[in-house]
Design a protein around this ligand. Structure first.
Ligand code: PRT
Ligand code: MG
Length: 211
């Protein structure tokens, strides 16, 4: 059995066409079914539905052979035990620093101000500001980062931006790009070694579908 870990929402939706190109059709819709293990048209392939941030963990421990996870999630996880053969170029967005419209970020940085930064992406943010030599106090949040500067919890946030609508709706502006983000295929290293004949054809099909 080959187990593929996906998260509901954009990762699942944007991986479906790639699975299809590999000859795999998922039999149930995770948005309507409450099942966490989904059958496919292939008896030797199943899909499990986990939280986006948990995908690398399932693959790292071999509970799933393959998975699809955003670069943001992989950077926070660290990537131990994972082989990352392929950028799938799906679920694209940008990791950005954002501040309230009235806040002069460049000036604060020039003046060596100590900034309070709220984010779910603590590792990414720590590395980014250390590289820039900006002093920050990081505040770990689990979601809705956009709220933090509006209620005085933080001066700035580090978050993913795709259309920019969420920032605009909350009177925030992006002031710095940290990195472009897309989702990668990840593979359990041991599974690839021990069951290459079963797994490699899938990797090849994904590679053809994203080329
Ligand atoms: O939502 P949940 O708490 O279950 O988990 P999650 O947010 O980790 O998962 P999900 O499914 O929302 O995101 C999965 C992956 O999609 C992420 O790990 C990213 O790699 C990728 N991705 C692509 C995004 C976005 N685009 C995105 N726009 N993930 C989140 N967002 C959020 C962003 O955090 C912000 O709140 O959407 C909002 C901004 O969107 P715009 O369009 O208004 O700019
Ligand atoms: Mg989300």
């Amino acid at each position: 059995m080959i187990t593929i870990a996906l998260s509901k929402g954009r990762i699942f939706d944007e991986t479906l066409p790639l699975l299809k190109a590999a000859g795999i059709a998922v039999r149930e819709d995770p948005e309507t079914s409450r099942k966490l293990i989904l059958k496919t048209n292939r008896r030797d392939v199943r899909v499990i539905i986990v939280r986006a941030a948990d995908v690398p963990t399932y693959v790292q421990y071999g509970a799933a052979d393959l998975g699809v996870a955003g670069q943001d999630v992989l950077d926070e996880h660290g990537g131990q035990g994972l082989y990352r053969p392929l950028d799938l170029k799906i679920a694209r967005c940008r990791m950005m620093v954002a501040v309230p419209n009235g806040f002069d970020y460049q000036r604060a940085v020039r003046h060596g101000a100590r900034l309070r930064v709220a984010t779910k992406y603590v590792q990414t943010a720590r590395e980014h500001f250390a590289e820039k030599g900006v002093h920050v106090d990081l505040i770990k949040l689990y979601g809705s980062m956009e709220l933090a500067p509006l209620v005085g919890l933080a001066d700035a946030i580090v978050d993913l931006v795709s259309t920019g609508n969420t920032l605009r709706a909350n009177n925030l502006k992006a002031v710095e790009e940290i990195a472009p983000v897309s989702a990668r295929l990840i593979v359990n290293q041991a599974a690839l070694k021990l069951r290459r004949s079963a797994i490699q054809p899938l990797l090849d099909a994904f590679a053809r579908a994203t080329a």
